[in-house]
Design a binder for this molecule. Structure first.
Ligand code: ASP
Ligand code: MG
Length: 414
């Protein structure tokens, strides 16, 4: 008898009819003889609605209270699914993260899971009960409700699968797997049968929205067998979705490049004509880091006559804050520069593939494809298995399409 953890996202539980569909699928797997734990998101749009209510009352709501409000969305869906399952004649029981005892730290709105109490769940499973658990939330040592950050239900599911030593963690969503790129941009994007854990990690961090990055990290740490599937397919179709793999030998047969990821929400800040001296990077970025702003790409040009240009990217939401920090430091005389420029009209496009480790010429192929379309590259960063470029935002879709084509991602690997 297998233990399966299934997670359903907001669109999969967005209406009573969809919840009934989820119940049918869960029932199907339960009747096949599996022990079932189901993790749910709130109905689509509900978490935004709840956070919006809080923002109507205060520009800076207390994070503890925000979590109290935001966590209710999932409490509704788990109760409804348990009712739907019971209406089908199955034994089912809902739990909030706090009731299970998903222990987290006290970092409200972005808490981390510390450990999970298996007792309640295992007892129910032994009694043939389907256990339905709220995603996205837990409880801290003082009994406060905490949430795990947006998209956190993925992490809840993976953490439960790890704690319960589940045979498989299945993430059901409105696409039937992980694609070579966003099918809304490239119509002949292909579903990948498998993707390596490292590639998935890069894709999640580079903007692919299929899985929350922390859930991928968690899966890697505990080697959870993780599969992404569609909740819209017929449950009996046994569609395979995309399996995240950990085995290096499987990698050998894979395509060199697995996917093209993109992020629209990037912004660039350039400090032009700044003094080129030891410590300048720290002088500029130290205060930015102290303000808790994540810096992504960094480029420092070669200096000329003692001056250089220094650019970096941040998330759009932190752009104003980062610019203010730099202007403040500049005005306080911490560094001298000709100008400080900001540009929100940029995006990042990335080519991801584990085959880059063993194949040369990937970067030049990508650069040539962009050059042929006259797309100017403003910044480049690379790792062992990815190449990212910053380009003007209006070229995002074009760049994704031509890179997808250049690496023949529309064709199945031989
Ligand atoms: N409902 C939460 C959100 O919208 C968590 C999740 O869906 O994963 O972010
Ligand atoms: Mg999600």
């Amino acid at each position: 008898m297998a233990l399966i953890v299934q997670k359903y996202g907001g669109s999969s539980v967005g209406s009573i009819e969809r919840i009934r569909n989820v119940a049918r699928r869960v029932a199907y797997h339960a009747r096949q003889g599996n022990r079932m734990v189901v993790v749910l998101s709130a109905m689509s749009g509900e978490t935004n609605r709840l956070l919006g209510l809080a923002k109507e009352l205060s520009d800076h709501p207390d994070p503890r209270e925000l979590d109290a409000v935001a966590s209710t969305g999932e409490q509704v869906t788990v109760g409804l699914l348990a009712i739907a399952l019971q209406a089908m004649g199955l034994k089912a029981k809902s739990y909030s993260g706090g009731q299970v005892r998903v222990h987290t730290d006290s970092a409200f709105t972005k808490a981390r899971i510390l450990d999970i109490n298996r007792g309640n769940i295992e007892r129910d499973l032994d009694n043939g009960v389907i256990v339905v658990v709220t995603g996205f939330q837990g409880v801290d040592k003082d009994g406060n409700v905490t949430t795990l950050g947006r998209g956190g239900s993925d992490t809840s599911a993976v953490a439960l699968a790890a704690a319960l030593e589940a045979d498989e963690c299945q993430i059901y969503t409105d696409v039937d797997g992980v694609y070579t790129t966003d099918p809304r941009i490239v119509h002949d994007a292909r579903r990948l049968d498998t993707v390596t854990f490292e590639e998935m990690l890069e894709m999640a961090s580079l903007g692919s929205k299929v899985l929350q990055i922390r859930s991928v990290e968690f899966a890697g740490k505990y080697k959870v067998k993780l599969r992404v599937l569609s909740s819209l397919d017929d449950p009996e179709s046994n569609a395979p979705g995309t399996l995240i793999t950990y085995e290096e030998n499987q990698v050998m047969e894979e395509a060199i490049i697995s996917g093209i990821a993109y992020a629209r929400d990037e912004a660039k800040i350039s400090v032009m004509g700044v003094e080129d001296r030891p410590g300048i990077a720290y002088t500029l970025l130290g205060p930015v880091a102290d303000a808790n702003i994540d810096v992504d790409m960094i480029v420092q040009n070669i200096g000329e006559s003692g001056h250089t240009d220094f650019s970096f990217t941040v998330n759009n939401t932190e752009f104003d804050k980062a610019l203010a920090v730099l202007n403040r430091e500049h005005d306080a005389g911490k560094f001298k520069a000709r100008t400080i420029l900001g540009d929100k009209n940029i995006c990042k496009v990335s080519v991801v593939g584990i085959g880059m480790r063993t194949h040369a010429g990937i970067a030049s192929k990508a650069f040539r494809a962009l050059a042929e379309e006259g797309i100017n590259i403003q910044m480049i960063s690379t790792s062992e298995i990815k190449i990212s470029v910053v380009i003007e935002e209006k070229y995002l879709e074009l760049a994704v399409r031509i890179l997808h084509k250049a690496f023949e991602l529309d064709k199945a690997p031989a």
